[in-house]
Design a protein around this ligand. Structure first.
Ligand code: ZN
Length: 84
C-alpha cells in the first residue's frame, strides 16, 4: 500500500481556499451546513461539483526519467466510483 503517494493529493475549496486531502473531505465541507463557507450558495457550485467528481486524477509530480507529468487516482475516488 503506497499511502504516501495518496497523501500528496490535495483539493482546494475555490470559495474559502481551505485544503482537503480527499474528495470525501472536501465534499463534506461543501455540503455541511455548519461551515461558514459560501460555496454551497455559489452559482458555480454545480460546475464545481462536476469538476470535483471529474477530478479523480491529480498531478503527482514528474517522472524523473522523461519529465512528463505523472497522474494518480486518489484512493477515495476509486472507492467512491467503485471498481465493480
Ligand atoms: Zn469552502
Amino acid at each position: 500500500m503506497n499511502s504516501e503517494a495518496h497523501s500528496r493529493v490535495r483539493y482546494r475549496c475555490p470559495s474559502c481556499f481551505r485544503m482537503f486531502t480527499s474528495i470525501t473531505a472536501i465534499t463534506q465541507h461543501c455540503e455541511s451546513e455548519s461551515t461558514s463557507c459560501r460555496i454551497r450558495h455559489s452559482e458555480n457550485f454545480r460546475a464545481f461539483l462536476n469538476q470535483l467528481t471529474a477530478g479523480i486524477c491529480d498531478l503527482d509530480g514528474l517522472h524523473g526519467a522523461d519529465g512528463t507529468n505523472r497522474y494518480v487516482v486518489p484512493e477515495e475516488a476509486a472507492r467512491v466510483f467503485g471498481r465493480g
